[in-house]
Design a protein around this ligand. Sequence first.
Ligand code: UTP
Length: 477
Amino acid sequence: MKIEERYEKCSQLLQKYKQQHLLTFWDELDDSGKDRLLKQIQEFDFELLDEKIHRYVKNSSVKLPTNIEPVPEYPALPQNSEQKEKYIKAKRLGTELLSKGKVAAFVVAGGQGTRLGFDGPKGDFKISPVKNKTLFQLFAETIKAAGEKYGFEPRWYVMTSPLNHEPTRKIFRDNNFYGLKEQNVFIFQQGTEVNFSSDGKILLEEKDAIAMSPDGHGGSLKALYKNSAVADMKARGIEYISYFQVDNPLINIFDPLFIGLHVMDKAEMSSKALTKAGPFEKVGNFCQINGKVTVIEYSDLPGELAEKKNKDDSLVFSLGSIAIHIINRSFVEKLNTAGFTLPYHKAVKKISYMDLQNGQKIEPQKPNGIKLETFVFDALPFAEKSIILETIRSEEFAPVKEDESQGPDNTVVAKKMMIARWASWLEQAGVEIPKKPDSSIDCKIEIAPAFAICRQDIEKKKDKIPQIKPGDTICLE
Ligand code: UTP
């Protein structure tokens, strides 16, 4: 079809959906620009887009059901002899499944990381306190060490987005896949969503390009299937996906207890949770709706429920979501063959756009536009069965979200938490950790994954640990 005819068709379509401003700069575009813009417009299902605009962009109020109930969890430490026995069996089963190569690591790394303000994929951010290893390097070394410990060929799936796919691939290549075999690292891209102004108009990023952003970590469930990662898992006999976020350097990627409990209880998608630091901590809230495990965002949980207390003064909705899941490969297959959809969440963000009046690119200083994202935890209610295992914050959750000048999830806190966790592993094995008079740690410690990936690994290496003196900087490798 000639370009004029394509233009005419698009123009009519855009008029119907009140988005004709997308062609504002038509006369200024060269042929390839015209083609690029028309191709992009023709790819969209405008009826669906219009529905999204009305449902999520213009009207964002979340209607919660009235039957929101607390949800039972497995405590971090077993509470009675029956539970103790179950945990022992679960660990044994998890270990067996790991050694048979049934579990793969999966990191979602497609986010834009705007709060951190780091120029490049967040996984390339240097975080380890002594060796300055990046997040990607720490994860890769952990995955490799787990493969050696349990005796399996470790496989790592890495989700990127069109914004950081090529840079991420380059980083892996430049670092020789951090010691993993290249064929064991599967890097693939998630989908994107259109960006809007607050009145539901689609934003132009360039005169010939619509503004798009990654479709949220929930997009991983479609992307795993669409990009044949799931087919690849099947071919390799992988049945369980260990899902984690790129910004949590404390993640325990292969936890035999978590895997074992999930499998023993025949769950399809399970989660780790932590006890919230307070009623309004900015993490999703685990609850139960119609018998299904569900996460309600902190911003959506009504204040009276957030603050509701049990008789012992603990919060009724105390379990916070930390984006750590075990997901059955078959569950991802099932969702996709059934043509599932996840709800969208509206995020008001800074989005650069083309000013329609003067044709200038605007880099806003304040949030100005709307992104629609899906969240992975919204798949939980689709699971026939879902368990929650409580974990201890200091052991497993130190999100790197903001730069040093900002909020509680900042890089300085994460580094301190890494040192504190390693120090506690060493202390438990009888190693003396120097302390200042205020009992803070008076040394810098790093433990490489090759040395230990969990507390129990230290015990076997005690003879390799030197005496640690006040002010020392040590790395156990
Ligand atoms: P965040 O919600 O922290 O978003 O992502 P972000 O984009 O990384 O950071 P900000 O909000 O712009 O500062 C949590 C995890 O989900 C991944 C991120 O890479 C991170 O591991 N994620 C997020 C994706 O993989 N894709 C997305 O579309 C969004």
